[in-house]
Ligand binder design. Structure first.
Ligand code: FMN
Length: 307
C-alpha cells in the first residue's frame, strides 16, 4: 500500500515554514555559498550570518579548534555589515522560495535598534533572529542575554524598529534560561531559538597558550546536544511562543528528538561543516520517519514527549 506524503508544514507565529529544517546562523554563510550543494528552496528556512551595523573583521586567528565531538569557534561575528547585506546579498536571497531569517546583533541597545531599522521595509526577509549572546559594552562585556531585564530591553528596541516577526536566540550560558525566555516573551518576541554556543577554551600544551586567539570560544556540535535538548524541553514548557531547537543536531534522529521535545522547528549548524548536505539529509530522514510511523502531519509529532 502506498503511503501518503506527510505534511511537513509548521506554523511559526505568523510565518508558515514549508518544513521544520532550517540552516543555523554562521554555518551557512549568506545561503549562496552552499547553493551549488544544497538547494535552499527545499529547506524550511535559512538564517544568515549575524549582521552588525558596520562591517566587522572578527577576532584574531586562530578562530576554530576541533574538540571531542564538537568544535570551538571564536569568529567574533565577522560580517559584511547591514548595508552591504542589503545591496549584495538580499537581492539573491529574495529570489528563494524559503523563509530567509536575518540574524542581527549589536554591542549596545541602540545598535540593535539601528540594525533592525536598517532592515525595516526590506522585502524578502521573513523574520529577524536576534542574537543576544554578544558582549554588552555598556555593561562591562557581560552578554545581553544573561540578564532577563536586558534581554527584554533588546527585544523591545528591536520590535520598535522592525516590521518583521522577531525571534530571540537565547544563550545557554545562564543559570535559568526559562527566566530569560519568559522575559523576552513578555516583551513581545514572536518566537525563541535555542541554544547558541556554550563558552569554552582549549590550551596547547607545547606552547602553553590558549589555542584560540580570543582565548575562549563557543562550543558547538554533538557534544552540546543533550544540553540543548534539555533546555529546549524546559523552555517549551515555560513559554507559549514557538521554540526552535538548535545544538548538535547531526542527523534526522537528533532532529526528531527536538521536535518530540516540543520544538516547532530545528536549526542545523556544525553538521553542515561535516556534511554540507546535512540539512537535506535530515529533512529526508524526518520525512521517512513520518512515512514509517504513519504520521500524516508533522504537527502531530511535535511536543509529544511523555514524562
Ligand atoms: C562558526 C560558527 C559561527 C556562528 N555564528 C553565529 C552567528 O553569527 N549568530 C548566531 O546567533 N549564532 C552563530 N553561531 C551559533 C549557531 O548558529 C548555533 O546556535 C550553534 O552552533 C549550535 O548549533 P550546532 O551545534 O548545530 O552548530 C555560530 C556557530 C558556529 C559554529
Amino acid at each position: 500500500m502506498s503511503q501518503l506524503e506527510p505534511d511537513l508544514k509548521v506554523p511559526l507565529g505568523s510565518l508558515e515554514l514549508k518544513n521544520p529544517v532550517i540552516a543555523a546562523s554562521g554555518t551557512f554563510g549568506y545561503g549562496q555559498e552552499y547553493a551549488p550543494l544544497v538547494d535552499p528552496n527545499l529547506l524550511g528556512g535559512i538564517v544568515v550570518k549575524g549582521l552588525s551595523l558596520k562591517p566587522r573583521p572578527g577576532n584574531r586567528p586562530p578562530r576554530i579548534v576541533e574538540t571531542p565531538a564538537g568544535m570551538l569557534n571564536a569568529i567574533g561575528l565577522a560580517n559584511i555589515g547591514v548595508e552591504a547585506f542589503l545591496k549584495e546579498k538580499l537581492p539573491w536571497l529574495r529570489t528563494l522560495d524559503t523563509a530567509v531569517m536575518v540574524n542581527i546583533y549589536g554591542h549596545t541597545l541602540e545598535e540593535y535598534g539601528a540594525v533592525a531599522a536598517a532592515l525595516k521595509g526590506a522585502e524578502g526577509i521573513a523574520a529577524l533572529e536576534v542574537n543576544i549572546s554578544c558582549p554588552n559594552v555598556d555593561q562591562g562585556g557581560m552578554a545581553f542575554g544573561t540578564d532577563p531585564a536586558v534581554s527584554a530591553a533588546v527585544t523591545e528596541i528591536v520590535l520598535r524598529n522592525t516590521d518583521k516577526p522577531v525571534i530571540v536566540k537565547l544563550t545557554p550560558n545562564v543559570t535559568d534560561i526559562c527566566a530569560v525566555a519568559r522575559a523576552v516573551e513578555h516583551a513581545g518576541a514572536h518566537a525563541v531559538s535555542l541554544i547558541n554556543t556554550l563558552t569554552g577554551m582549549a590550551i596547547d600544551i607545547d606552547t602553553r597558550r590558549p589555542r584560540l586567539g580570543n582565548i575562549s570560544g563557543g562550543l558547538s556540535g554533538p557534544a552540546i546536544r543533550p544540553v540543548a535538548l534539555y533546555l529546549v524541553y524546559r523552555v517549551v514548557r515555560a513559554v507559549k511562543i514557538p521554540v526552535m531547537g538548535v545544538g548538535g543536531i547531526m542527523d534526522a534522529g537528533d532532529a526528531l528528538e527536538f521536535l518530540i521535545a516540543g520544538a516547532r522547528a530545528v536549526q542545523v549548524g556544525t553538521a553542515s561543516f561535516v556534511n554540507p548536505h546535512a540539512t537535506l539529509d535530515i529533512l529526508e530522514g524526518i520525512r521517512k520517519y513520518c512515512v514509517e510511523k504513519g504520521i500524516v502531519r508533522i504537527g502531530d509529532l511535535i511536543g509529544t514527549a511523555s514524562a
